[in-house]
Design a protein around this ligand. Structure first.
Ligand SMILES: Nc1ncnc2c1ncn2[C@@H]1O[C@H](COP(=O)(O)OP(=O)(O)OP(=O)(O)O)[C@@H](O)[C@H]1O
Ligand SMILES: [Mg+2]
Length: 406
């Protein structure tokens, strides 16, 4: 705790610190004390030498017996014959002999209450701090205490607000996590149960030596395990992305072979549906990006297009201009209602829609795609018209690669 040995005035100039306590004893000016028998003239000399001094305490042995403020001294000396009258008298003649003296551990708010209850002329007189046994410790400027109290109030208001908003954020985060976990568990349960049932059927088929039973169930088992693996991978990717632990490996990417591969996958997913898959990529286009992540984004978009398009065409386009690479997957499928667009990028956010219900999926593909795009410094745009089709565009920095592009 700061005590009387503090340099006079040093504390008054100090800026508020968040660790500073809030009791009188911590705001004291130090040894601005005089003896009650000291002459007024001598004390006036001290005030003239020390323009920063607001008050001196009159201390006999270790007891404070009065306080003299600069303004009180000036008023007394300025009166007619004041100087002649008092100059050689003891300072007790002009000092306040009943100053406010409080224990040094009195909270600032209580000190200010007591100080401000004084008559108007003495409201801003210094307050004397005393130990439990009544010994003088120092005195403090009421103006300074009020200033500190103001800072303390402001500080605690801010801390309170911060704590509130942190709590709200944590609660929201907790809700999101709980929802995510519930959905994820639900999504994992179906393929896991399917795998368990199919494995049991296969075992029974083996027991009965029924090759037919085994032959029909094994492909189903493989499909269920592929679904499970895809979902687990998606969940892992998403948690890595959200935890900022997904690594990025940027390098030159030849776009045409990558897009061709994605188009082939879309054709496979379309099966017998009368949908043509078209590719529009400038010859020899090379961009700087992370090839694995670019592929993952395009696969997600193309598999959505294949899922939600029953006739017409899916067109995968790529282009680079002005330092930006653009990849678009356009379809002539069911489209998305304008009011549903904001929900597209919400985890497990499959739209409540007759069309969607008939299609498998977890509702993680677009969330992952958008997170990957922003990890690479880009973004995903969507344009859609219900019943006409949808175009998703991924925009990434790192347009055409200088050496390898035509
Ligand atoms: N090309 C599209 N046309 C129409 N609706 C789409 C299209 N792409 C996405 N959607 C809508 O957005 C929802 C979310 O898509 P997202 O890819 O995130 O999930 P999903 O395809 O249902 O499942 P997942 O990709 O995790 O297997 C889809 O369920 C669908 O309702
Ligand atoms: Mg999808």
């Amino acid at each position: 705790m700061v005590r009387a040995q503090q340099t006079p005035g040093a504390l008054r100039a100090a800026e508020p610190s968040p660790h500073r306590g809030e009791v009188l004893g911590e705001y004291l000016t130090g040894d601005d004390r005089v003896h009650p028998e000291d002459r007024v003239q001598k004390v006036a000399g001290i005030f003239f030498e020390r323009p920063d001094l607001e008050a001196v305490a009159l201390v006999r042995e270790d007891r404070a017996v009065g306080l003299l403020t600069r303004s009180r001294l000036l008023v007394k000396l300025a009166r007619n014959f004041g100087h002649e009258l008092y100059a050689r008298r003891p300072v007790t003649r002009i000092a306040d002999l009943a100053p406010l003296a409080l224990p040094e551990d009195t909270p600032l708010a209580a000190v200010l209450d007591r100080a401000l209850a004084r008559p108007a002329a003495t409201v801003f007189d210094d307050v004397i701090a005393v130990t439990d046994s009544g010994a003088y410790v120092g005195h403090a400027s009421v103006r300074e205490l009020a200033r500190q109290q103001g800072f303390a109030l402001e500080r605690s208001r801010l801390e309170h607000e911060n704590a509130l908003s942190r709590t709200r954020d944590l609660e929201e985060l907790e809700r999101v996590r709980a929802r995510f976990l519930a959905h994820a568990t639900h999504e994992l349960r179906s393929p896991v149960s399917a795998i368990a049932v199919l494995a049991e059927l296969i075992r029974m088929g083996c027991d009965r030596e029924s090759l037919e039973q085994v032959r029909t169930k094994v492909p189903m088992l493989l499909r269920a395990s592929a679904t499970l693996r895809a979902t687990v991978n998606d969940i892992l990717d998403l948690s890595k992305l959200e935890a900022g632990r997904m690594d990025v490996a940027i390098g030159p990417v030849e776009v045409a072979p990558l897009v061709d591969e994605v188009a082939a996958l879309a054709r496979l997913l379309l099966g017998e549906k009368p949908v043509e898959v078209r590719v529009q990529v400038p010859d020899g286009l090379v961009v700087r990006s992370d090839p694995g992540k670019l592929r993952q984004m395009l696969v997600n978009l193309a598999s959505n297009a294949a899922k939600f398009t029953d006739r017409g065409a899916i067109t995968i386009r790529a282009a680079a201009a002005g330092g930006t690479a653009r990849f678009a997957v356009a379809d002539t499928g069911c489209g998305i209602r304008a009011e549903d667009l904001p929900r597209l990028f919400v985890p497990f956010g499959q739209l409540e829609d007759a069309h969607t219900k008939t299609h498998a999926g977890t509702g993680l593909g677009l969330v992952i795609t958008r997170s990957l795009a922003s990890l690479l410094g880009g973004r995903v745009l969507v344009e859609s018209r219900r019943g006409e089709g949808t175009t998703f565009t991924v925009e990434l920095p790192g347009g055409a690669h200088p050496e390898e592009s035509p």
